[in-house]
Design a protein around this ligand. Structure first.
Ligand code: ARG
Length: 570
């Protein structure tokens, strides 16, 4: 609808003098078809025109002529409702999708602009948590969505590879490190000794001093500690890489927090020059009481640096390096206060661009009982969850489609797709629960359902037996279900815009589910009728094939933006 929106915005702008893009962003999709295809609410004009919105709507309606795009215009209270010419909509959406293929729904709004997205960011020497999965999947989807809109996107993995925990780990490794186990299962071994040192510290405060000392040595470049830290870091990166590969996720860089260590003194100096630093009992802080927040910790009394200091350095570094249009941190809701503090300190330092920084937070994942049973010790390892999901998918596929070619590959694509979709099927801030029954319900609110609908379209196209026709007579598409499908396909671009604006890949997943519903209704209708999609009338068949081919392209595109494959058969 992007095209129709701009057409209407242009008209309204010339009548009211209001900015075209402001109008564009106010145009909505009405809640039901009898209210038209697009609507403009007149509230925003009431103030400047000193009239009631409903009166403005009536007046404007009288001055807009229907044209080749707009069949008729009506008003309902403060809304002007636009009815798009049906035939034209169907014909243009089919042609546009066939022409653009996988680029459909894209734009060049981002040309020349860079978006920095920070996502995943697991911690070295710790298991890749289920929470990090959400960050990874949401961030990677946002990266593809923004790229689709023509932005240049920098995907950054802010690995937790610095901080006092490394003092503990080094100390623990010097005590209990086991080379063989480190080789065999690095993260499990490191995590195990980390948990052990934690307990020991609680029993014996002297140990805490010793581990702090190890971190201090690391910060001061001690050779032995640096070498240990490097090994832990390398081993963890290799493990994380396996997960990224499974999920099909990439980064432009994975510098980790340690990268910013030598950039911190400059930050601290400017904080000092601005007299923002105050001493509190065991740390140097920026006081944020005036803003209703606890102080931001910059340096500890033992002179070691902190998470926030590294984040300040990172933000400033990225602004200098990428001159971003926006920077998006995809981090759990538990760190909301922390990001508010971080942004406030950046603002106090005079960085006006902090207005372009956003914390795209997300809720918790709760694991169903069955999934919890994959636990080792107290934690559930993500690679185990994914492997088990693939195994279960394979069993379902073997039962549903015996003899399917490449069952392993399909099970992998569907299993991983199920995990990703389950993660993106709700608004970010919603707490979600993961359970296999729901995630792998091929007829439900799931990734496999969308993939299955796509495969069904591919199957009809295979039966058609020829290439999709270059031209068709779309006037032959007369069913209301056909218009409904064309209409939802034309909304794809608006959905992408909205997903980007709100940092919500969920808009795409719920759109895909809706599109599947519209397609499946259409498909069922033909299945039970005398007439089939592949009918005896070649003209009608070509038109229907063109329409469902367009639906297939959009499903594939949407799945791709979410990071999910679209197998042709399943
Ligand atoms: N490594 C952190 C964690 O696991 C997340 C990092 C978030 N990003 C940031 N710039 N602070 O909690």
């Amino acid at each position: 609808m992007r095209k129709y929106k701009s057409h209407i915005a242009r008209k309204l702008s010339s009548l009211t003098g209001m900015d075209e893009s402001d109008i564009g962003s106010l145009i909505e999709t009405p809640p039901s078809d009898d209210l038209g295809d697009l609507a403009f609410p007149c509230f925003s004009l009431a103030k400047s025109l000193k009239k009631a919105p409903a009166a403005i709507a009536g007046e404007l309606k009288g001055r807009i002529e229907p044209d080749e795009f707009l069949e008729r215009i009506e008003t309902k209270g403060p809304y002007i409702n636009f009815f798009i010419d049906k035939k034209r909509l169907i014909a243009s959406v089919i042609a546009e999708i066939a022409g653009a293929e996988e680029n459909y729904g894209g734009s060049n709004e981002g040309s020349g602009k860079t978006i920095v997205i920070e996502y995943s960011s697991p911690n070295i020497a710790k298991p890749f948590g289920i929470g990090h999965l959400r960050s990874t999947v949401i961030g990677a989807a946002l990266k593809r969505i923004y790229s689709h809109l023509g932005y240049s996107v920098q995907g950054i993995n802010h690995l937790g590879d610095w901080g006092t925990q490394f003092g503990k780990l080094i100390y623990a490794f010097k005590q209990w490190g086991d080379e063989a186990r480190l080789k065999e299962n690095p993260i499990e071994h490191l995590y195990e000794i980390y948990v052990k040192i934690h307990q020991w510290e609680e029993e014996d405060p002297g140990i805490a001093d010793a581990t702090r000392e190890e971190f201090k040595k690391l910060e001061n470049g001690d050779e032995e500690n640096t070498a240990l830290w490097e090994r832990f870091s390398d081993l963890s990166r290799v493990e994380f890489e396996k997960i990224y590969k499974m999920l099909g996720v990439e980064f432009d860089s994975s510098p980790g927090e340690s990268f910013y260590v030598d950039k911190m003194p400059a930050v601290e100096k400017s904080l000092m020059d601005l007299s923002l630093l105050v001493k509190s009992k065991d740390a140097t802080v920026v006081d944020l009481e005036k803003y209703g927040m606890p102080p931001a910790l910059i340096r500890k009394s033992d002179d070691t640096s902190l998470y926030a200091t590294r984040d300040l350095a990172a933000a400033i570094y990225r602004k200098n390096e990428f001159d971003f249009h926006k920077m998006i941190y995809v981090v759990g809701v538990a760190q909301t206060l922390y990001f508010n503090q971080l942004f406030k300190v950046l603002e106090l330092m005079g960085n006006k661009w902090v207005a372009d920084c956003h914390h795209a937070s997300f809720g918790w994942i709760k694991l169903g009982d069955e999934m919890m049973s994959t636990r080792k010790g107290n934690i559930v390892f993500l690679d185990d969850v994914i492997a088990k999901t693939i195994e279960k998918t394979k069993a379902i596929i073997e039962e549903n489609s015996p003899g399917l070619p490449e069952p392993e590959k399909v099970a992998f694509e569907v299993g991983v797709g199920a995990v990703i979709f389950a993660d993106l099927a709700y608004r970010r801030d919603t707490d979600i629960s993961f359970d296999w029954a729901k995630m792998l319900d091929f007829r439900g609110y799931s990734g496999p359902y969308v993939q299955y609908t796509h495969a069904r379209i591919s199957s009809v196209l295979r039966k058609y037996g020829k290439g999709v026709p270059a031209n068709c007579d779309s006037d032959l598409l007369k069913l209301p279900e056909e218009f409904a499908m064309a209409k939802i396909l034309s909304r794809y671009s608006d959905i992408i815009d909205k997903a980007a604006r709100e940092f919500e890949p969920f808009h795409i997943s719920s759109y895909l589910l809706e599109l599947c519903g519209v397609f499946n209704t259409y498909y069922q209708k033909y299945k039970s009728a005398e007439d089939r999609i592949l009918s005896t009338d070649p003209g009608a068949t070509d038109a229907r094939i063109s329409l469902i081919n367009a639906a297939g392209i959009v499903l594939r595109s949407g799945l791709r933006l979410l990071g999910i494959s679209a197998p042709e058969m399943m």
